[in-house]
Design a protein around this ligand. Structure first.
Ligand SMILES: C[S@@+](CC[C@H](N)C(=O)[O-])C[C@H]1O[C@@H](n2cnc3c(N)ncnc32)[C@H](O)[C@@H]1O
Length: 325
């Protein structure tokens, strides 16, 4: 009889990486409860805990969510939603429901994460009408697949896969009818940093060589070689969370190089301090009135240690290389 593989270090390491999904959604839920932005869906995935988050954390998440959404919405506009979106390491993200509510859904919205995270997400979708109802509205045929490991419908698909296993990821995306000829946006938020540089390079190389017209938005750490960056690394290591790809997070140039060396036509990168200053200032004034911020310097340091990098390959000449802040 085949015996079950023993529990390994990599199981512990992957468990620590999966737990970052809860960090993100708990922080997003807290920030929305304070009024930083509106997300009526996230409460279905995470309960409000008594734990408070510091104002600089809330502002950091505001910049992250608005920065990524700004680029994502621009891509949907340029392609008139005649496109696909693939959210890598999507966790408990709620963007599908936002886009459904705003009537800007792409042709199909894909998400990928580890099987355990997908199982949790699918369970919430099955049991919460606020999540399942919009999904059913976008689904015409009676071929909705909803098992513990995947969800597939006309417009929304959640796939269990390990992003480090490219052949398996590709097979699953094709099984769920990804169309490599349709303009496709890939999004990752603090995901590639948990893979080795070789693994993330292979992934971004595969995207640029497989999709005719594509964009990749990557939000993650930057300037990690300084003292503040070292403290961030040590804090995560204390939770057994190893940043296997941290060498790519040394600078904006090293972030860009990952894409320039893998066949993308144009690449841009900004740290989140710059993004924060380029977001609509009327809304920034509103959120800055929500909570008193004592530690202005800490906010600055935090924002200088995260970045958005976006890369484009525009074979169809849709003008997506013009997208920016
Ligand atoms: C920091 S969380 C971000 C979640 C979500 N995108 C958000 O911003 O709310 C990172 C996510 O990436 C997933 N992830 C990391 N490495 C992965 C891998 N090799 N394969 C699949 N998912 C992975 C984790 O499980 C987790 O859900």
């Amino acid at each position: 009889m085949a015996s079950k593989a023993p529990f390994t270090d990599s199981d512990t390491a992957d468990e620590a990486v999966r737990s970052t999904c809860d960090d993100a959604s708990i922080c997003k839920r807290f920030a929305t409860s304070k009024g930083y932005w509106n997300d009526p869906y996230i409460q279905n995935f995470v309960r409000q805990t008594g734990e408070r988050k510091a104002p600089e954390i809330n502002r950091g998440y505001y910049a992250r969510v608005h920065g990524v959404n700004h680029l994502l919405d621009a891509f949907l506009e340029k392609t008139h939603c005649d496109c696909q979106v693939v959210s890598l390491g999507a966790g408990l993200d709620t963007t599908f429901w936002r886009l459904k509510g705003e009537n800007t859904l792409p042709k199909k919205y894909f998400e990928v994460d580890f099987p355990m995270i997908v199982a949790r997400k699918v369970h919430h979708i099955k049991t919460k009408p606020q999540l399942s109802k919009p999904l059913m509205e976008t689904h015409s045929a009676d071929s909705l697949l909803l098992d513990g490991h995947n969800l597939d419908s006309d417009r929304y698909c959640i796939i269990s896969a390990d992003l480090r296993d490219l052949p398996s990821l590709e097979e699953k995306l094709r099984k769920f009818h990804i169309n490599t000829k349709l303009p496709t946006l890939f999004v990752s938020e603090c995901v590639l940093v948990y893979m080795t540089p070789e693994q993330s390079s292979k992934l971004v190389h595969w995207v640029s060589h497989t999709f005719h017209t594509a964009m990749f938005i990557n939000y993650e750490q930057v300037n990690m070689a300084d003292r503040f960056g070292q403290i961030m690394i040590e804090n995560l290591q204390r939770r057994q969370c190893n940043l296997a790809g941290v060498v790519v997070c040394q600078s904006l140039d090293s972030q860009k190089e990952r894409f320039l060396s893998t066949g993308w036509e144009s690449v841009n990168a900004l740290d989140m301090m710059a993004v924060y200053s380029l977001l609509p200032q009327e809304d920034i004034s509103r959120i800055e009135r929500l909570e008193f911020l004592d530690e202005k310097e800490l906010l600055q340091q935090l924002l200088q240690h995260y970045s958005i990098c976006w890369a484009v390959k525009d074979t169809l000449n849709l003008g997506i290389s013009e997208i920016g802040f």
